[in-house]
Design a protein around this ligand. Structure first.
Ligand SMILES: *Cc1c(COP(=O)(O)O)cnc(C)c1O
Length: 392
C-alpha cells in the first residue's frame, strides 16, 4: 500500500478479513487463541510460526490498528499500548538502563514531566530539561550517557515548536535516539519519522480516537526499535484492550478530515481573537505573528487545532471568559470533536510554583482552546460574551 495517499490509508490500511468477509473491521473480544495441535501450539509459542497466542501481546483487532497507524506515520512497525503514558513508559523501559541519560524538551505533558523528572531518577535514569526552541541547549545537554532525546511539538499550552529535523541531527550526532510525542498534530498534520525522528509516540486518547471515548497509546518506528518495545509489553503487560483498539481503528478513518476541519476553524478563531481589543496576545503556529511561523510551515501541514490566548488583565478576567461560555466544555482534555476551554494556571499547571509558571510563560491571563467541530461562529459568540465583560 506504499503508493497510496494518507486519505486512502486511513480507511483501507490494516484490513485482514475473516472467513465471513465482513466489510467493516471485526472486533475480536478474546484474550486467547486455540491451536489445532500440540505441534502448532509449540510453533506459535516459540515464534517459529507467526500467529496469535494471547492478547497481552497479539490480537487481530489490535494488529489492524497498529498496521493502520504505522501506514499513516510512514513507519515500518507500530505497537499499541493501554494509554499514551503506557507508550512513553514502555519506550523508556525498552531502551534505557540505570546510568543512562535523557534530554527532554521543557513543556512536555505534565505526567511525562513527572515520569522523567521524578520517577525514572529513582531507577538511576537522569533527565535534563531544555527550552523547546533552543537548539544549542539540546546540544549542550547531551553527555556520553545520553541515549534518548524526547520532545513534544507543538508544546502545551504555548504552542512552541521543536525543530524536529535539527534535533534529530543533534541526537544522532550524540549517538542517541529521538522520540517525538506527536499527539497534538497527529500524522494528519505532521510525520516526525519523515523529518528524521526514530520513534513517534501517541496518546491515541486524543485526536486518533478524536471523540473522547477511550484511552490508548502507540509507539511507531523501525521494526528493530518497535520490537524492543513489544518485548517489554509482552512481559510487563501495559497492553491495549481490543475494544479500545477497535474504537481507535475506526477513529483513524476520519482523522484527516477532522484535523483539517478543526485546524481551519482554529485558524479562523485565532485570527478573530487577534483582532479583539480585550486580547493581549494569541499563540498559534498558523499565524504569521507566531515566532516560528516559518518552521511551522515547513514542519506541519497546518497550525493544528489548539489556540492559546492571553486576555488583558489577570486571573479574574480570564475566568470571566471561562464562566460566560455556554457551548464549549470547561475541561482540561483535548483532541475531541467537542471544543474545550482551559485556564492552565489554575488547572493543568496549577501545582507548579507561581515563579516556575511565570518563567515557563504560563500567565494568569492565559486560556487554551482545543477547537472541535462546532460552527466557528458559535465558538466566537461563546468567547465574545466573556470578552465583552473585560474593561479595556
Ligand atoms: C494526554 C497526553 C499524553 C498522555 O496520554 P494518556 O493517553 O492520557 O496516557 C501524553 N502526551 C500528550 C501530549 C498528551 O496530551
Amino acid at each position: 500500500m506504499d503508493d497510496l495517499a494518507i486519505d486512502t490509508l486511513a480507511v483501507r490500511a490494516g484490513i485482514e478479513r475473516s472467513q465471513f468477509n465482513e466489510h467493516s473491521e471485526a472486533l475480536y473480544l478474546t484474550s486467547s487463541f486455540v491451536f489445532s495441535s500440540a505441534a502448532e501450539a509449540a510453533a506459535r509459542f516459540s515464534g517459529e510460526v507467526e500467529g496469535n497466542v494471547y492478547a497481552r501481546f497479539t490480537n487481530p483487532t489490535v494488529t489492524a490498528m497498529q498496521q493502520r497507524l504505522a501506514a499513516l506515520e510512514d513507519a515500518e512497525a507500530c505497537v499499541a499500548t493501554a494509554s499514551g503514558m503506557a507508550a512513553i513508559l514502555s519506550t523508556v523501559m525498552a531502551l534505557l538502563s540505570a546510568g543512562d541519560h535523557v534530554v527532554v524538551s521543557r513543556g512536555v505533558f505534565g505526567a511525562t514531566q513527572q515520569l522523567f523528572g521524578n520517577i525514572l531518577s529513582r531507577f538511576g535514569i537522569e533527565s535534563s530539561f531544555v527550552p523547546a526552541t533552543d537548539l544549542a541547549a539540546y546540544k549542550a545537554a547531551a553527555t556520553q550517557k545520553t541515549k534518548l532525546f524526547f520532545v513534544e511539538s507543538p508544546s502545551n499550552p504555548l504552542t512552541e515548536l521543536v525543530d524536529i529535523a535539527a534535533v534529530a541531527a543533534i541526537a544522532h550526532e550524540a549517538g542517541a535516539v529521538l522520540a517525538v510525542d506527536n499527539c497534538f498534530c497527529s500524522p494528519a498534520l505532521q510525520q516526525p519519522l519523515k523529518l528524521g525522528a526514530d520513534l513517534v509516540i501517541h496518546s491515541a486518547t486524543k485526536y486518533l480516537d478524536g471523540q473522547g471515548r477511550v484511552l490508548g497509546g502507540a509507539v511507531c518506528g523501525s521494526k528493530t526499535l518497535v520490537d524492543e518495545v513489544l518485548k517489554f509489553l509482552r512481559t510487563a503487560g501495559p497492553s491495549i484492550s481490543p475494544f479500545n483498539a477497535w474504537i481507535i481503528l475506526k477513529g483513524l478513518e476520519t482523522l484527516k478530515i477532522r484535523m483539517e476541519a478543526q485546524s481551519a476553524a482554529a485558524l479562523e478563531l485565532a485570527r478573530w481573537l487577534e483582532a479583539q481589543p480585550q486580547v493581549e496576545r494569541v499563540h498559534y503556529p498558523g499565524l504569521p505573528s507566531h515566532p516560528q511561523y516559518e518552521l511551522a510551515k515547513r514542519q506541519q501541514r497546518s497550525g493544528g487545532a489548539i489556540v492559546s490566548f492571553e486576555v488583558k488583565g489577570g486571573r479574574p478576567e480570564a475566568w470571566k471568559v471561562v464562566d460566560a461560555t455556554r457551548v464549549v466544555s470547561i475541561t482540561a482534555n483535548l483532541g475531541d470533536t467537542k471544543t474545550t476551554l482551559t485556564h492552565p494556571a489554575s488547572t493543568t499547571h496549577g501545582r507548579i510554583s507561581p515563579e516556575a509558571r511565570e518563567a515557563a510563560g504560563i500567565r494568569e491571563s492565559l486560556l487554551r482552546v482545543a477547537v472541535g467541530l462546532e460552527s466557528v461562529d458559535d465558538l466566537k459568540a461563546d468567547l465574545a460574551r466573556g470578552l465583552a465583560l473585560i474593561d479595556v
